[in-house]
Design a protein around this ligand. Structure first.
Ligand code: FPP
Ligand code: K
Ligand code: ZN
Length: 451
């Protein structure tokens, strides 16, 4: 077995001598993670001292999460649409076919749609952008015309118009908070469903001079970049990794990332802040300055890297899907990563897996697994195991909402520290569902003119 690099098995060499509550929880986190990183916990490891992906246990965990809720697939709890997305997306990443959930999902989400547009978390509740986003992605994951046809695009358009604010941003619900999640969720919904951009004339944003659902959105996001270089929920608050991803994802829908991201964000300062999110020895990412690593940030922060790299490099030739097992093509990918892929892989496979019978993935070894962390840790694993390349930028940004991306495997310096059996499926860097599923939905609605 190759030695595990000391970076991942020992406390940081430089320490601040001031003890605070923050430094104590950080020390405690390192203490909890080290036995998992250095191979002192029981279980089989590969040649690099890394545990295998407990794929079958994670699949069982997700099936239980989908199935065991009281009255499975019956609408009550406002957070349930998230469970659908997290579980269906995670099962897909693990290689499971989720088409069999199509009928159940359709029957469950239909009553969640409001006549006034959008989806609520349950029958009789108000529509919310987060639940609508989760449901649209879940429908894309199960796929098929019947699933796509559940969405009433005309009322969705009206509702989105009522969420659009005079300052360019989006409220999460009518009268609700305006934040960068709203910007990302709205942009994903608008693009996947090919929602016409003309603002309804009764929209407050229309009265303020906007004519277009997406106009002024980039400028609004720009105001969310903070003095630290990261992105906050709304102007004037603390930068957080989840919002950095939402900002980059939203901008990558407004226009190709190499154009939209530098147009609205100070990229060097953003890179400096995102880079500071990765910790050693843990290898994972924190969500904000002076806070702890957490597996879900393998997506919210780790998932920023492909978008940053596309922003920096612009359109390039990249590995093709069919090259997954072609080493020659892989070597060409080179390693121009701006972060430690090895650290991220070690944190995920060593620290984030519940390898007991329970299965599932988690924030850190001291936390229980849940559907949310299972989804986003696996999304992060997929991102770090692959290389996404922006192949061709859209030619007409005023009508096209996406670019051409390709994906291939990634091997650090030609050396791969995880075993091939532990590779998960790919997920689109902007939509966070498989590229084919996103394209199926995009193509279905692209064929519709108007409503
Ligand atoms: C802090 O939690 C977490 C936040 C401030 C951001 C939460 C937002 C998301 C997870 C993303 C939402 C995205 C969409 C698309 C709806 P904490 O204080 O418990 O964690 P921390 O200590 O790690 O910051
Ligand atoms: K957290
Ligand atoms: Zn978390």
């Amino acid at each position: 077995m190759a030695a595990i690099p000391a970076l991942f098995t020992s406390a940081p060499p430089i320490r601040d001598s001031l003890t605070t509550q923050t430094s104590e929880s950080q020390d405690e986190t390192v203490k909890v993670c080290l036995p998992f990183l250095s191979g002192q916990e029981p279980g089989t490891r590969n040649d690099y001292g890394i545990p295998h992906l407990s794929r079958d246990r994670h699949i069982k965990f997700l099936q239980t999460q989908l199935g065991e809720l009281p009255g499975a697939f019956k609408a009550m709890d406002p957070g349930r649409p998230w469970i659908f997305y997290w579980c269906l997306a995670a099962l897909t990443l693990l290689g499971e076919d989720v088409v069999s959930y199509r009928e159940r999902l359709i029957a469950t989400v239909r009553p969640m749609q409001n006549e006034g547009g959008g989806f609520a978390g349950g029958f009789g509740q108000d529509s919310h952008l987060a639940t609508t986003y989760a449901i649209v992605l879940s429908l894309a994951l199960v796929g098929g015309d019947d699933a796509f046809e559940v969405v009433d695009r005309k009322s969705m358009w009206r509702w989105l118009g009522s969420l659009k604010q005079p300052n360019g941003g989006f409220q999460m619900a009518v009268g609700g908070e305006e934040d960068v999640r709203g910007a990302y969720c709205a942009a994903v919904i608008i693009s996947l469903l090919n929602i016409p951009l003309d603002l309804p004339t009764d929209s407050a944003a229309y009265s303020a001079g906007h004519t277009d659902l997406l106009s002024g959105l980039g400028e609004w996001i720009s105001r969310c970049q903070t003095y630290e270089g990261g992105v906050s929920a709304k102007p004037g608050t603390e930068a957080h990794g989840a919002y950095a991803f939402c900002a980059l994802g939203c901008l990558s829908i407004l226009d190709s990332p190499h154009r939209a991201v530098p147009r609205y964000l100070d990229v060097p300062r953003l890179i400096s802040w995102i880079s500071s999110r990765q910790n050693a020895p843990e290898g994972g990412f924190s969500g904000r300055t002076n806070k702890l690593v957490d597996g879900c940030y393998c997506h919210w922060v780790g998932g920023c890297w492909p978008l940053i790299q596309a922003s920096l490099g612009g359109p390039q030739e990249g590995p093709k899907a069919e090259d997954v097992n072609n080493d020659a093509a892989v070597e060409e990918a080179g390693d121009h990563s701006l972060f430690s892929r090895e650290g991220m892989i070690r944190y995920i496979l060593c620290c984030c897996q519940d390898t007991s019978k329970r299965g599932g993935l988690r924030d850190k070894p001291s936390a229980y697994s849940d559907a949310y962390h299972t989804c986003y840790v696996l999304s992060g694993l997929s991102s770090v195991q692959h290389k996404w390349t922006l192949n061709a930028a859209r030619t007409d940004p005023s009508v096209e909402r996406t670019d051409k991306w390709s994906v291939g495997p990634f091997k650090e310096g030609g050396q791969q520290i995880f075993d091939e059996e532990d590779r998960v499926r790919t997920t689109h860097p902007v939509f966070v569902i498989p590229q084919q599923k996103a394209e199926d939905m995009l193509n279905y609605f692209a064929a519709k003119t108007g409503f």
